[in-house]
Write a protein that binds this ligand. Structure first.
Ligand code: SAJ
Length: 402
């Protein structure tokens, strides 16, 4: 906490907003978390959580019990406003900023001179200045003198959010030098990593570049894995061996790239310069094709049976989370069911139910399976051994079964 910034209003209580709000609560700030969902607000005010993230329940409970974190559907006056709302893309892969616009309009009546307004949502270059600051200016606020507007992209990895919120270096970029400096002071009061100052556009582009870098590198691994399959080579063994070179560090192939970040953010760069983003577009195409390649594999194997039982292990977008957004696993299982490739049994240990599937335990799924399709390397599945499935056909899209 600093003398200047004691109260914080966090808009959007999802995977970034809720951990941030509860962390700030434990660091002495008075925090109001705002969400459009009454259910989310009630859950948090009861000291509970609506998402799966290690240790988040403990942090929320302690912040709420200490009276440092409250939730509401409406904002209130605060020293700092943090916008942590989704930035999805539209059907044509163009950025969809309506949540950012809405959130800015919601806080605008409560923002006073001297306040800090920070956009944490991953955003196309220009959003901090041309969407957030512009809307605040339209509400009569002087964004050059009175209100400090900055971007500080979140960089935390789902599954490690609470550690990375504190330990990661942060980039802050204001729409002017004073906003940058004040936003830097605010983050330095609770982040252990280094807080690096730049301007808003560079901060926005830095975040997009980080995720595009990962997308391109996963596309490389996915492309190698498909070539290996044709050549009869185990891609995971190959990558392990190649990575013993001191300057090679290949990522892991999988069933495709999911989540709300890596599969989305490169499009924000592509939309800003289509002509010069050939590599990013190719990476997106390779990663988006991978689920179809997996479905084709299942189709080939299933054609050996009259009506095979296909045990699909995992629906989440990656290991040990409950998040199904943009999940290649979910897309694959839906398609297998739609194409009636067999009787589908689904096991997803991180969720209680799913509207489209009956969920089974891993043991039930394996007992009935002719084909085991491993889609997510959840910890439960990483314990499986190839020797456990002698009678079955295994399609292991993650190289989890050894
Ligand atoms: N994946 C692979 N192979 C790999 C690594 C990942 O197939 O070797 C897949 C995952 O299974 C998943 C997808 O990629 O489907 C994305 O997973 P991830 O773990 O790479 O990333 P996210 O989406 O959970 O979080 C990313 C992180 N960005 C980077 O690592 C550069 C995180 O730091 C960001 O804060 C987050 O995006 C975000 O919110 O933007």
């Amino acid at each position: 906490m600093t003398d200047e910034f004691r109260s914080v209003c966090v808009v959007g209580l999802g995977y970034i907003g809720l951990p941030t709000a509860s962390l700030l609560g434990t660091k002495g700030f008075d925090v109001l978390g705002v969400d459009v969902s009454q259910h989310v607000v009630d859950t948090i005010n009861d000291g509970n959580i609506h998402i799966v993230e290690p240790d988040l329940d403990i942090l929320v409970k302690s912040s709420v019990n200490a009276g440092k974190l409250k939730a509401s559907t409406t904002p209130q006056e605060s020293d700092v406003f943090i916008l942590a709302v989704p930035t999805p893309f539209k059907d044509n892969n163009e950025p969809d900023l309506h949540f950012v616009e809405q959130a800015t309009k919601t806080i605008a009546p409560y923002v006073k001179p001297g306040n800090l307004v920070i956009l944490e949502s991953t955003s196309p270059v220009g959003t901090t200045e041309h969407t957030v600051a512009r809307i605040l200016a339209e509400h009569g606020l002087d964004i050059e003198k009175d209100v400090l507007v900055a971007h500080c992209p979140e960089r935390v990895l789902p599954g490690r959010i609470l550690i990375e919120l504190v330990e990661n270096d942060r980039i802050v970029g204001g729409i002017n030098p004073i906003a940058t400096a004040k936003a830097g002071d605010f983050y330095r009061s609770f982040v252990r990593g280094e807080v690096l100052e730049t301007n808003a556009a560079t901060a926005e582009m830095a975040k997009l570049t980080e995720n595009a870098f990962r997308d391109v590198n996963i596309a490389f691994a996915n492309e190698i894995s498909m070539i290996c399959d044709n050549l009869g080579i185990n891609p995971w063994e190959l990558i392990e061996l190649a990575n013993r070179h001191p300057r090679v560090n290949i990522l892991q192939p999988g069933p495709g790239v999911g989540g709300h970040c890596i599969a989305v953010d490169p499009w924000f760069i592509i939309a800003s310069d289509r002509d010069n983003s050939r590599l990013l577009q190719s990476a997106r195409a390779v990663n988006d094709h991978k689920p179809d390649w997996v479905i084709e594999k299942v189709r080939q194997k299933a054609s050996r049976f009259k009506q095979p039982t296909i045990a699909c292990l995992g629906l989440a977008f990656k290991a040990d989370v409950d998040d199904l957004r943009e999940s290649p696993a979910l897309r694959i299982v839906h398609q297998i069911q739609k194409d009636a490739l067999g009787d589908v049994i689904v096991c997803e240990p991180n969720i209680k139910s799913h509207p489209d599937f009956e969920l089974a335990s891993m043991e039930e799924a394996l007992a009935q399976a002719d084909i085991v399709l491993l889609l997510v390397d959840h910890k439960q599945f990483r314990r499986l051994k190839a020797s456990d499935m002698k009678e079955k056909i295994l399609i292991d899209t993650r190289g989890a079964v050894r």
